[in-house]
Design a protein around this ligand. Structure first.
Ligand code: NAD
Length: 310
């Protein structure tokens, strides 16, 4: 059956995602959007005349849309969007709704919201569905979704159909909160590889090796990795890497710090021993507080440790 779509949180990720969905709306149908600030709502509604309804609250979205995506910064924002007494999604009657919560947050917030929904609206479905691929992936529709459900889930096929407008891959991770666990695991590893790659490049360069030669050599051996290949932290090695553009674009260092902290918390909660977790977290905290790094791509950690950028 045709569902009405709602989109909450029109930031760096949410805006391009919502636009891609708006482009594919069937004739005559409308999408309900909400953000705490007005400009991104005005922008999308101007871009798609007659197709966008600017809602006044998440509750308002949920009163009209029964397939809702949310993309806000942190757990506290997710709580507010879903649980606020007067204005939250659960203040509406969401008895037949399907909800995709795409923010990168802690597992306990996601599970608490899901439990609240399942308790009060037994037929509604709530899934954690964080994404990887960044702003560029959102604009190009090449995101990957880590979906907190099983492939046999009755809604899986229709979710894939919706998400294919925004993403290239939808990976069903097994069950509630497993999408988030997958995302945090990914960013933990990718964050550590970025630090290790920065340290290794700095070391080799200080020994006198040209960074291009060094990167080629590492790519040929057991140290080969996606950071060196696509997001090389040394400016000038990979032309379209953020580092080669003054570390502009890419994944901001303060977002890496947030995700890394969530991952380290998950390791504690699950009694998973990590040796590098606290060191990695301290590194991203320090880099975030380094005025030469703030707001730049997280691979700016190379600059933070004193790498030569010339
Ligand atoms: P952003 O700060 O650019 O956008 C967040 C938006 O949410 C803003 O427009 C803000 O006004 C809105 N918002 C905040 N509180 C709200 C509320 N209570 N109700 C409605 N709207 C609210 O952040 P972003 O970069 O779009 O990231 C969103 C989420 O996606 C984060 O959890 C982030 O970690 C994750 N993520 C980001 C990237 C990336 O590259 N930026 C990549 C993957 C995942």
């Amino acid at each position: 059956e045709a569902r009405t779509i709602g989109f909450i949180g029109l930031g760096a990720m949410g805006s391009p995602m919502a636009r891609r969905i708006a482009e594919k709306l069937p004739p005559g149908s409308q999408m309900y959007v909400y953000d705490v600030v007005q400009p991104p709502m005005d922008a999308i509604s101007e871009a798609f005349p007659g197709k966008i309804v600017k809602a006044v609250s998440p509750k308002h979205v949920a009163e009209h849309a029964n397939l809702i995506i949310s993309m806000v910064p942190e757990g506290r924002h997710v709580r507010s969007v879903y649980l606020d007494n007067e204005t939250g999604i659960t203040a509406a009657n969401i008895s037949d709704h399907i909800i995709l919560e795409c923010s990168t947050i802690d597992r306990s917030t996601s599970l608490a919201v899901k439990k609240h929904i399942n308790t009060n609206f037994p037929k509604a479905e709530f899934y954690d569905a964080p994404v990887t691929g960044g702003v560029l992936g959102a604009e190009k529709g090449t995101l990957a979704f880590f979906l907190g459900c099983n492939e046999n889930d009755p809604n899986f096929k229709s979710l894939v159909k919706l998400l294919q407008h925004v993403g290239r891959q939808v990976i069903s991770c097994g069950g509630p909160s497993f999408g988030i666990a997958t995302k945090l695991t990914n960013n933990y590893l990718s964050g550590l590889i970025a630090i290790a790659s920065s340290e290794a490049m700095n070391m080799g360069m200080r020994a006198g090796i040209d960074p291009r030669v060094l990167s080629q050599a590492l790519a040929a051996g057991t140290a080969q990795n996606a950071i060196l290949d696509r997001f090389n932290p040394v400016p000038g090695v990979v032309p379209d890497a953020p580092s080669s553009n003054g570390y502009q674009g890419g994944f901001k260092v303060q977002l890496m710090r947030k995700d890394f902290a969530l991952a380290v918390d998950m390791a504690k909660e699950t009694n998973a021993k990590t040796i590098l977790g606290p060191l990695g977290l301290k590194t991203y905290e320090d880099a975030t507080n380094d005025p030469r790094c703030w707001d730049l791509d997280s691979r700016v950690v190379f600059r933070h440790i004193g790498g030569n950028e010339n």
